[in-house]
Design a protein. Structure first.
Length: 544
């Protein structure tokens, strides 16, 4: 089966924080799992380098959009690599290949009769002498009364037009913008209303989308899909490839989501592969993002694909709720955030992957607290998992000279391990990484109980055959844990593979025991709980 996995494209205007990582991590878990199953996986994403937030950052720092995009794209790529993300291609929206492919999509939509021109009124700042991108207009949401940007209200999730806002202000200078006439291309979203209703209802019936995606998308469809402008008067972005529209750009709404397709095309060129297998009705296509990105993946991107007659529609939408920080909303403007580069400098990447999965905001908002993070590392990751591995392998190293007993294993433990592959696999395929990881840790706790009850430190002298069976069983569990946990904790699992001198590369029960073990090292180190107060103090001092 062909598996397409698309991770949302972060704006290259500032460092990634834990909220970003939390929403994107399920994509890597899916990719690693399906590769272990032997499926054909294409996992793509990239940095959004054309978006308005980058222009805002460039203005603030008195530099160029390119300089900002280059800085953060490089940082993103390094961050994802250090976190163990296994993108087949991590690219950027200002790449030549992306521009060319998006222009082809635009022209195909035009040829198929889904684009039309219209003269409209748009916010214009006479102080800054430019038409304002949607995110450059701020004001009050007409739907809920909260402060909102011109493209979408974060409070009520309503998609907005900048002119709908009350008390409009230019984000650059703070003055009230004028309203001037300009001409743009519109995409006839309304033509796809019925088709999208059928498409979404099928996803709902088959429970392939998260509940938040279904709920919000039903709301958008009930309100009726308006046609939307898909070009803008912007200084940077992808040129509209139509005579008479020189200087206008294709709006990020349609060009950024098209990145999943354009990145696939580029990957195919780089590897001499036909990517059509990942873009047809047989493909299982996962889209992984935060709930603020739902309409772009559940309405806008499917409508574009329908418009260009591409059958590779989103089959699975994995849309996380929000991650809060110490019970407060993450705020980059106030610097109330924990930044991913900082975490990777100071903590093990598996610790971060574990916490953000076991506490994932899959169905409701979840909170990151330093106390819970450090105690979960010490208690679960180190105390339960790493301790089980270490005490067994160290015991074999000490009493059996590193030779694994080649004897029959405990049938009950073998059955527990066998059951995990199907159970954990089902959870992951549904996009539910949290219960999948919880299930594996239930097995770890059962394995620790088994070791304690069997008391090999006593039987090694009094009942050597029983001791051998205990240790053989525990090695069997360990090598299968390294396969079951590979999608979640890849760094420790790689170390286990090396210590066992074996290959762990499938999603089936591995029954053949390794002959011997070597170079036994602790998987993780304990984190001093004094770090909790130190980190909290640091956050408070850094808050603006």
């Amino acid at each position: 089966m062909a598996i397409l996995i698309g991770g949302a494209w972060p704006y290259a205007n500032g460092s990634l924080h834990l909220g970003h990582i939390s929403s994107l991590l399920p994509g890597d878990i899916l990719a690693r799992y399906y590769r272990l199953k032997g499926e054909e996986v294409l996992y793509v994403s990239g940095s959004d380098c054309n978006g308005t937030p980058i222009s805002i950052r460039a203005n603030q720092e008195n530099t160029t959009v390119t300089a900002i995009a280059d800085r953060y794209h490089q940082e993103f790529a390094e961050t994802f690599q250090r976190l163990g993300f296994t993108y087949d291609l991590y690219t950027r929206t200002d790449a030549k290949h992306h521009h060319e492919s998006v222009q082809k999509i635009f022209l195909q939509l035009l040829k198929n009769g889904h684009l039309y021109t219209k003269k409209i009124e748009q916010a214009y700042c006479s102080i800054d002498q430019q038409f304002l991108p949607d995110r450059f207009v701020e004001g009050i949401c007409p739907n809920c009364g909260a402060k909102a940007r011109g493209d979408q209200c974060d409070n009520c999730s309503k998609i907005l037009d900048p002119l709908d806002l009350h008390e409009k202000r230019c984000k650059i200078c703070g003055n009230e913008p004028e309203i001037k006439e300009t001409e743009h291309f519109y995409f006839a979203f309304s033509k796809f209303q019925k088709q999208l209703e059928t498409f979404v209802e099928q996803a709902h019936q088959e429970k392939r989308w998260r509940e938040n995606a279904i709920h919000l998308t039903h709301r958008y469809l009930q309100e009726g899909l308006p046609d939307r402008a898909v070009t803008r008067d912007l200084p940077n972005g992808i040129d509209v490839p139509v005579a008479g529209f020189e200087g206008k750009k294709i709006y990020v709404w349609i060009e950024a989501v098209a990145g999943y397709y354009t990145a696939s095309i580029e990957w195919g060129k780089l590897h001499q592969q036909d990517v059509s297998k990942w873009w047809n009705e047989q493909t299982k296509a996962y889209y992984v993002h935060g709930k603020d990105n739902i309409p772009f993946h559940s309405v806008i991107w499917p409508a574009i694909l329908m418009g260009i007659e591409n059958k590779g529609l989103p089959t699975n939408i994995v849309s996380n709720e929000y991650l809060t920080l110490e019970k407060r909303k993450i705020s980059t403007s106030l610097n109330w955030a924990v930044w991913a580069p900082y975490m990777l400098e100071n903590y093990h990447p598996d610790s971060l992957r574990y916490f953000l999965t076991i506490n994932a905001p899959e169905s409701r908002d979840a909170d990151f607290s330093w106390r819970e993070f450090i105690y979960s590392h010490n208690g679960e990751l180190l105390g339960a998992f790493a301790n089980f591995v270490n005490r067994n392998l160290k015991f074999i190293e000490k009493y059996f000279a590193g030779k694994v007993p080649q004897v029959a294993i405990n049938a009950t433990m073998e059955k527990l391990v066998q059951q995990q592959y199907e159970l954990v696999g089902e959870f992951i395929e549904q996009g539910n990484s949290k219960p999948a990881l919880e299930s594996v840790f239930e097995l770890i706790r059962a394995s620790n109980r088994y070791f304690d009850e069997e008391k090999p430190w006593i039987t090694v002298n009094e009942q050597p055959e029983k001791c051998e069976k205990t240790l053989a069983t525990c090695v069997f569990v360990i090598q299968n844990l390294a396969q079951l946990l590979q999608p979640f904790l890849p760094f420790a699992c790689e170390e286990i593979q090396q210590m066992l001198n074996t290959s762990l590369d499938s999603w089936t029960v591995k029954t053949t025991l390794p002959q011997g073990i070597s170079n036994i090292q602790p998987l993780y180190e304990r984190i001093d709980v004094k770090r909790i107060d130190e980190e909290l103090l640091k956050m408070q001092e850094n808050e603006r």
